[in-house]
Design a protein around this ligand. Structure first.
Ligand code: SF4
Ligand code: MG
Length: 465
């Protein structure tokens, strides 16, 4: 998901809509905006579908007046999957003794089921199937004297990944979980402040990037300034390494450099680890493009757009049902036949999950007359599900969970298949010595099976890592 908030501007909703539009790659199922106006109170709109289809008209913006606002774009990873229900669309709103508050959450709460059970037994009435709603109910039960205190108390009971943006009548609040699994950045616009999942959402409104919110940090921004503190026990951060590989937008800044540069470095590393003699390096667009450029630069093999993408489709995997996903590849990607015929082609993609994309693309490339097809993948084999906010399927559906690299190569029917090593990936994201096995700098659970936060709901349901 993507989260965004702004305080201290005129017509906050316009900024929120633009920010969410820039974060649309983080979720396309639904979106919502909450604002507050000093004369008319809180205003909220939630809609299925894209930001550009819902939050651009003047008549819509009139429904969302005020100088403070937050928003959310949704991609379902928890709750009822596949058929997003309006009641699962964020931000969520709660009325407390000291006033109203709205929250927008990116991540996944790993003890949400047990919290929900406990809260329901004690009288909470849940409106949605979303894990994020727990936060509102925990806030309602808190004895804290103000909203930030209540939010802090609620978040101390929550396990897993959360980057939360919340608002009261006057305060914009941001908080990252103790490991900082999902991103969150602070920006400045005029006298106002902005919180966003990624810096590309600051760029679109002309806000200045101030800094990343730190792991375990809570900030409260008002028109007077920003206060910061660290409510949780300090731990070494474990940012999601897959944000670098796939999830974040390439023009966003993470850890002091652009995601694009990191992806190009991943491609270079991959070329060093897994060279092969060929005529062309082609990306599986768009997610494989920067890594393919890196692979080409390092290997000296020419880069070419052997596959063309129809830009009017969403990301294939983000549409939740298998059937749509299966069709998606063909609807979205087409082979540039004239270029491919008779060539030995290296195809670079960011990840292999179920193997659907790679299998379809291999067929299309061979149909077009390629002499050889070599797959190079910019992440290690995805052998474990993510429980922290990225929608990977159950373990049995992950190709790498049941097959070795050689078996996957045979299964996909390609001439060779190689994944970057976990150490190579760490080097590419800036850890010169590779992965420190005793204290890894990132979450890499979907590759390593080492979960930095025990997925307690899943363990209760029988999951073993
Ligand atoms: Fe990111 Fe993978 Fe960790 Fe999920 S399991 S947070 S996708 S690194
Ligand atoms: Mg892709």
């Amino acid at each position: 998901c993507g989260v965004f908030g702004v305080v201290g501007v005129a017509d906050a909703a316009n900024f929120v809509a633009l920010g969410l539009h820039a974060l649309q790659h983080r979720g396309q199922e639904a979106g919502g905006i909450v604002t507050h106006h000093t004369d008319t109170g809180f205003h909220q709109v939630r809609r299925m579908g894209l930001v550009r289809d819902n939050f651009t008209s003047a008549s819509m913006m009139e429904k969302l007046p005020g100088g403070i606002g937050i928003g959310h774009v949704r991609y379902s990873t928890a709750g009822a999957k596949g058929q997003t229900n309006m009641r699962d669309v964020q931000p969520f709103f709660g009325e407390f003794s000291m006033g109203g508050a709205a929250i927008a959450h990116n991540g996944n709460i790993t003890n949400a089921l047990s919290l929900r059970k406990e809260l329901i037994e004690r009288g909470s009435i849940f409106q949605s199937t979303s894990d994020s709603e727990c936060i509102i109910h925990l806030m309602a039960r808190s004895m804290g004297r103000n909203i930030p205190d209540r939010m802090e108390e609620a978040l101390r009971k929550v396990e897993g990944a959360f980057s939360v943006v919340a608002m009261t009548r006057t305060k914009l609040i941001g908080c990252r979980d103790p490991l900082g699994v999902r991103p969150l950045v602070l920006g400045k616009i005029g006298d106002g402040w902005v919180l966003a999942s990624e810096t590309c959402a600051l760029d679109i409104i002309g806000a200045e990037f101030v800094r990343e919110i730190e792991a375990g940090e809570m900030v409260v921004a008002t028109e007077r300034g920003v206060e910061s503190h660290f409510p949780f026990r300090r731990q070494k951060s474990r940012f999601c390494i897959f944000e670098h590989v796939y999830f974040s937008r390439p023009d966003s800044q993470l850890g002091g450099r652009s995601v694009y540069e990191t992806r190009e470095a991943i491609g270079r590393e991959l070329a060093k680890e897994a060279p092969v003699d060929a005529d062309l390096v082609c990306p599986v667009p768009d997610s494989g493009t920067p890594a393919a450029i890196g692979y080409s630069l390092e290997s000296g093999i020419p880069y070419a757009m052997g596959i063309i993408r129809n830009n009017y489709m969403g990301r294939t995997f983000i549409e939740p049902t298998e059937q749509i996903r299966n069709m998606g590849v063909r609807l979205k990607l087409n082979v540039n036949r004239a270029l491919i015929k008779g060539k030995r082609v290296i195809l670079v993609d960011d990840s292999v999950v179920r193997g659907t994309t790679s299998r379809k693309i291999k067929e299309m490339i061979l149909d077009a007359g390629a002499a050889e097809v070599h797959f190079r993948i910019a992440s290690p084999p995805t052998a474990w599900p993510c429980f922290y906010g990225v929608d990977t399927p159950e373990r049995e559906k992950l190709l790498a969970a049941t097959m070795s690299e050689d078996e996957m190569c045979k299964h996909l029917g390609v001439d060779s298949l190689r994944f970057i090593s976990l150490d190579g990936l760490y080097r590419a994201v800036g850890e010169a010595k590779g992965r420190d096995a005793n204290a890894p700098a990132y979450c890499d659970a979907c590759f390593s099976g080492e979960y930095p936060v025990a997925p307690s709901d899943m363990i209760e349901q029988g999951f073993r890592s």
